[in-house]
Design a protein around this ligand. Structure first.
Ligand SMILES: [Zn+2]
Length: 240
């Protein structure tokens, strides 16, 4: 084999090598773009080899009320609860992620709810189309972590009323809320709350025209809870 042929063979091999590298890069990019990182983080196989800080799920799980199941309340003019809930939920997730909190948005009956262990689960719903006003927050009727549940509820209640100006309607809380299905499915160590963000009837100005304020209120409530948890406190610290 003469030198020229050897050189050509070398360049040829080098090009193949480069081609394979580029293809691998594209494949990996595609994998992570498609949510592969989340899958990797939840992989039990990898969890054996990597430290727990690397393999961990989200800190906060949000349920976009009715998502993937039904439309929730539908008003005469076609306003649909599920769409309002999803819009607010995505805004909450955006705000939290910007604060460095990892968030997962779940469907109403998401299979991932089974045994879910996160710092907090918050389900976001809205009330019926009647001409009333006010919001509600509740946690599970039966819980083995009453202090944390109460802290989550009080953080959400305070922050939401501050950001939206809506009245908290404690006496309108129904068993539908305290016996909410997701509370029974997640790990008993996961603090959980469900919020009814307002009435699609009387609070339309907020829910339809200013959903960002509703989202800011919920996000501030969750941040208040996370702060208090980190500081080992059981009462909410006032948010500016
Ligand atoms: Zn609902």
């Amino acid at each position: 084999m003469d030198i020229e042929r050897l050189q050509r063979l070398n360049t040829c091999l080098f090009r193949i090598f480069l081609g394979v590298l580029v293809a691998l890069g594209v494949l990996m990019g595609w994998y992570f773009y498609q949510g592969g990182w989340e899958q990797l983080q939840q992989s039990r196989f990898l969890a054996r080899f990597l430290p727990s800080q690397v393999i961990r799920g989200p800190e906060i799980a949000l349920i976009a009320g009715h998502k993937g199941f039904d439309s929730g309340a539908i008003c005469d003019d076609g306003v649909m609860e599920a769409l309002i809930n999803e819009d607010i939920t995505e805004r909450v997730a955006d705000i939290l992620r910007k604060q460095g909190v990892s968030v997962e948005i779940l469907n109403e009956y998401d299979p991932r709810l089974e045994g879910l262990k996160v710092q907090a689960l918050v389900s976001i719903h809205a009330d019926s189309c009647i001409d009333q006003s006010g919001f509600k927050v509740a946690s599970a009727e039966q819980t083995i972590i009453p202090e944390q549940d109460a802290l989550l509820v009080s953080c959400l209640t305070e922050a939401y009323s501050q950001h939206t100006g809506l009245k908290f309607r404690a006496n309108a809380i129904t068993p539908n809320m305290t016996q909410y299905h997701a509370f029974q499915r997640v790990s008993p160590m996961t603090p959980g709350a469900i919020i009814e963000t307002g009435y699609l009837g009387g609070d339309r100005a907020l829910l339809v025209e200013a959903p960002e304020r509703a989202a800011e209120g919920i996000a501030a409530g969750i941040l208040c809870f996370l702060d208090a948890q980190r500081n080992g406190s059981t009462s909410p610290t006032p948010q500016s």
